[in-house]
Design a protein around this ligand. Structure first.
Ligand SMILES: Cc1ncc(C[n+]2csc(CCOP(=O)(O)OP(=O)(O)O)c2C)c(N)n1
Length: 306
């Protein structure tokens, strides 16, 4: 169903249904990006632009984490441009859905999406990692739209549980999405949180694992073999879905499925490629925390020209 909507709906059909749902679902209509019903081609176009932003930001800063940012592009694009209820003109809107970047070193992908949505001017991306910039090398709450300061891995799911419990206590129907790295899943705190969320029956919480198979300098399998990863989440009583993490229809379908699950949180294991979209970065651990030089940037931008 989701696939059909993405693949076959025409622009005019989409805008009509968007206008209709906006009227029907006030008061959120003005403030939501989820009702735009962007077409698959539009999402692909945004993803390409976000990838260009990532390589440009890291090149300009001469530092940063392009690999784990590029692997999460489709996931964040789907969340920010199709699924989440949020208002860039009012980042602290109480009724918003929350996105928590637990693998906070991948902030270039988050900054690019926040700029795309209008949380701050696109030109500000050029200040990435500069002294006194709002766009620091690890996500920080002083940036409009960023929900949690991070950098020390392992904390985001616990934070997400707090946000999901708060929504329930306040009687809000906000949903909470947490992006975890697969290397990050080596952290014990992740598994404490993984035990706690089903205990509290947090069906408004979704953990997405960016399963790119690499961490800083080697494969996750070598560092700490967490397979069978999906079975682990299932055994912790999460509704667990495995998907191809660069497929918009698959991501969207999984996120929609998560909305229908009652009484337990959902874990989405998204198989991705670290460095996706730039040939020399793909599946190469060297590009975990290294910026492209001028020639490499030019090649990357050629490959991402669309
Ligand atoms: C608690 C903690 N230990 C170690 C690090 C250093 N570190 C930064 S990124 C990283 C690897 C993360 O791998 P993964 O979660 O798979 O991220 P991705 O490959 O998707 O970028 C590590 C170990 C850290 N930031 N925090």
């Amino acid at each position: 169903m989701v696939r059909q909507t993405l693949d076959h709906t025409t622009s005019s059909q989409t805008r009509e249904s968007s206008a209709h749902s906006a009227t029907a679902e006030a008061p959120y209509s003005k403030a939501t990006f989820s009702k735009e019903h962007l077409l698959l081609d539009e999402l692909k176009g945004i993803a390409l632009k976000v990838r260009r932003d990532i390589v440009e930001m890291t090149a300009q800063a001469e530092s940063g984490h392009p690999g784990g940012s590029l692997s999460a592009v489709e996931i964040l694009t789907t969340l920010y441009c199709r699924v989440m209820r949020h208002d860039p003109s009012n980042p602290h809107w109480q009724e918003r859905d929350r996105f928590i970047l637990s693998k906070a070193h991948a902030c270039p992908v988050l900054y690019a999406l926040l700029a795309h949505c209008g949380y701050f001017p696109r030109e500000e991306l050029r200040t990435f990692r500069k002294i006194n910039s709002r766009l620091q090398g690890h996500a920080h709450i002083k940036t409009p739209g960023v929900e949690m300061s991070g950098g020390s891995l392992g904390q985001g799911l616990s934070f997400g549980i707090g946000a999901a419990l708060a929504a329930r206590l306040d009687g809000r129907d906000s949903r909470v999405y947490v992006l975890l790295g697969d290397g990050e899943c080596d952290e014990g705190q992740i598994w404490e949180a993984a035990m706690a969320a089903p205990h509290y029956k947090l069906d408004n919480l979704v953990a997405i694992v960016d399963r790119n198979g690499l961490q800083n300098d080697r494969s996750t399998r070598e560092a700490m073999d967490t397979e069978p990863l999906a079975d682990k989440w299932r055994s912790f009583r999460w509704h667990t879905i495995e998907i191809e993490g660069h497929s918009f229809p698959a991501i969207l379908e999984a996120l929609e499925e998560a909305k229908t699950v009652k009484g337990k949180p959902t874990a989405i294991i998204a198989r991705t490629v670290k460095g996706k979209g730039v040939s020399f970065m793909e599946n190469n651990p060297e590009w975990h925390g290294k910026a492209p030089n001028k020639e490499q940037l030019e090649q990357a931008l050629r490959e991402l020209a669309g």
